[in-house]
Write a protein that binds this ligand. Structure first.
Ligand SMILES: Nc1ncnc2c1ncn2[C@@H]1O[C@H](COP(=O)(O)OP(=O)(O)O)[C@@H](O)[C@H]1O
Ligand SMILES: [Mg+2]
Length: 371
C-alpha cells in the first residue's frame, strides 16, 4: 500500500510525531492501558504551550479542537471512568473529529469504529461467524469474526460508535450489559463463552440532534453514558482560524499550492456566524436559516471556491464563485432559506459594503447569483 496516496490518514498517522513527542514527555499518571496521561491527551487535542523535545527534534503540538476546553477535559475524565461518552450536537460541530482525536490520544488507535445506520446489526457490533468454517468445524474460536466492540474489549481500546441514534433501538440496547457489566457472552461457546473487557476499553458515541433520535434512546442506555453537548463555535475569529487551518491542511493533502486569503476567510466566517446567530455587527435584521450553518460547511465552501480559482482562474477566489458555493450549501438543505439568504445580502452585507467597501462591495455585488 502506498501510504502517501491515502486520501485521509487516521489521526494517529497524521499526528504520529506529536503523539510520540507527548509520550516521551509524559510524566502524568496514566489510567491502565492508556497511551498517554489525561494531561497528555488534553495537550494532544488542545495544543501544548511549548515545543516538545523528541530525540533531537522539537515538535510543536498543535491545537486541533477549538472552543470549549472544559468540555474536552470532562470528556477525557469520563473515558477514564466507568461510563461511556456521548457527544451530541448539530451536524458539523466536530463531534466525529473530537471522537477520533480522543481515541487516537488515549488508545493510539481511532480505527476501531462502528458507523451507525438503520442497517447496523448486532453481529456488526459484537462478532459474527465465518460461515464456511462454522459449517466445517462448528463454533470454534477460529470461526469467530470479531467486531469493533469485541476487539475493543479484548485489547482494552476505545471503541467509537458514530451516529448511534441512527441504529434501531434494540441494537443500541445490546450495549447495555456490556457497558454495565463489562462482559460479552458468546452463547455458542457454552461455559467458555465469557469475554471480559480489558482496562482501557470504553465507548465514545456521537449523535446528531437533528436526527431526533436522542429522545427515543432508552433511559437504561442513557444512564451508561455521560452526555456532552458540542456547540458551534461562537466567535468569528475562531471560526476564521478553523477555516484557514483546515483548508491549509486540505491544500497540503491534495497537493495544491495556495495561500489562504484572509479577507475571504473573514467574509465567510462572518456570514456563517451571522446567519447562525441571527445577529450582525451593524444590527441589520437577519433571519436565521433553517439549514445547518456549520463550520464544516464553511470549510468546504472555502475549499471548493479555492479549487475553482486554482484550476480555472488566476488562483484568486472570486466572490461570485464563493456566493454560488454558499448558495449550494444552503439550498441542499432547505429551499425555503433562499429568500432569507437574499435578505441577508440586501441587509447586513449591503451595510458592510457601504462601511468597508473592498471585498465586501464585491461580495454584495455577487448577490446576483442568488435567484
Ligand atoms: N470547534 C471546532 N474546532 C475545530 N474544528 C472544527 C470545530 N467545529 C467544526 N470544525 C471543523 O468542522 C469539521 C467537523 O466535522 P465533523 O467532526 O464530521 O462534525 P460532526 O461529526 O459534528 O458532524 C472538522 O473536521 C473541522 O474541520
Ligand atoms: Mg459526525
Amino acid at each position: 500500500m502506498d501510504s502517501n496516496n491515502i486520501q485521509r490518514p487516521l489521526a494517529e498517522t497524521r499526528f504520529k510525531e506529536e503523539l510520540e513527542a507527548l509520550k516521551a514527555n509524559d510524566s502524568g499518571g496514566k489510567p491502565a492501558n492508556w497511551a498517554l496521561s489525561p494531561r497528555g491527551v488534553r495537550a494532544f487535542i488542545l495544543g501544548a504551550n511549548k515545543p516538545l523535545l523528541l530525540g533531537k527534534e522539537k515538535v510543536t503540538v498543535t491545537q486541533k479542537f477549538y472552543g470549549d476546553d472544559a468540555l474536552v477535559e470532562r470528556a477525557i475524565v469520563t473515558l477514564a471512568g466507568n461510563r461511556g461518552l456521548m457527544l451530541v450536537g448539530e451536524p458539523g460541530t466536530a463531534k466525529s473529529m473530537l471522537s477520533e482525536l480522543l481515541a487516537a490520544g488515549i488508545s493510539g488507535n481511532s480505527a476501531n469504529t462502528i458507523q451507525g445506520t438503520a442497517g447496523t446489526s448486532e453481529d456488526g457490533i459484537k462478532y459474527s461467524w465465518n460461515y464456511a468454517m462454522l459449517l466445517a468445524k462448528g463454533p470454534v474460536p477460529e470461526a469467530l469474526v470479531p467486531g469493533p466492540v469485541y476487539i475493543g474489549m479484548e485489547k482494552g481500546l476505545i471503541t467509537r460508535f458514530e451516529e448511534i441514534t441512527r441504529c434501531p433501538l434494540e441494537i443500541q440496547d445490546s450495549l447495555i450489559s456490556i457497558m454495565s457489566d463489562r462482559v460479552l457472552h458468546i452463547p455458542e461457546f457454552g461455559a467458555e463463552g465469557v469475554r471480559f473487557a480489558m482496562r482501557g476499553f470504553n465507548i465514545i458515541a456521537t449523535a446528531n440532534t437533528r436526527d431526533k433520535g436522542i429522545n427515543e434512546m432508552s433511559s437504561a442506555l442513557k444512564r451508561r453514558f455521560n452526555f456532552e453537548t458540542v456547540e458551534a463555535v461562537k466567535s468569528v475569529q475562531l471560526e476564521g482560524r478553523i477555516i484557514s487551518e483546515q483548508c491549509a491542511d486540505l491544500f497540503a493533502s491534495s497537493g495544491v499550492e495556495m495561500q489562504i486569503q484572509d479577507d475571504v476567510v473573514e467574509v465567510l466566517s462572518t456570514t456563517y456566524n451571522e446567519l447562525r446567530s441571527g445577529a450582525s455587527f451593524e444590527k441589520a435584521k437577519i433571519q436565521k436559516l433553517d439549514a445547518v450553518m456549520s463550520t464544516a460547511e464553511a470549510v468546504s465552501v472555502y475549499f471548493q471556491s479555492a479549487l475553482d480559482a486554482h484550476y480555472y482562474r488566476d488562483g484568486k477566489i472570486r466572490m461570485q464563485n464563493l456566493t454560488e458555493n454558499l448558495l449550494g450549501a444552503v439550498m441542499k438543505e432547505n429551499r425555503d432559506d433562499l429568500p432569507k439568504l437574499k435578505d441577508y445580502f440586501s441587509g447586513a452585507v449591503k451595510l458592510k459594503a457601504e462601511r468597508l467597501g473592498g471585498i465586501w462591495q464585491e461580495y454584495y455585488e455577487s448577490r446576483r447569483v442568488i435567484k
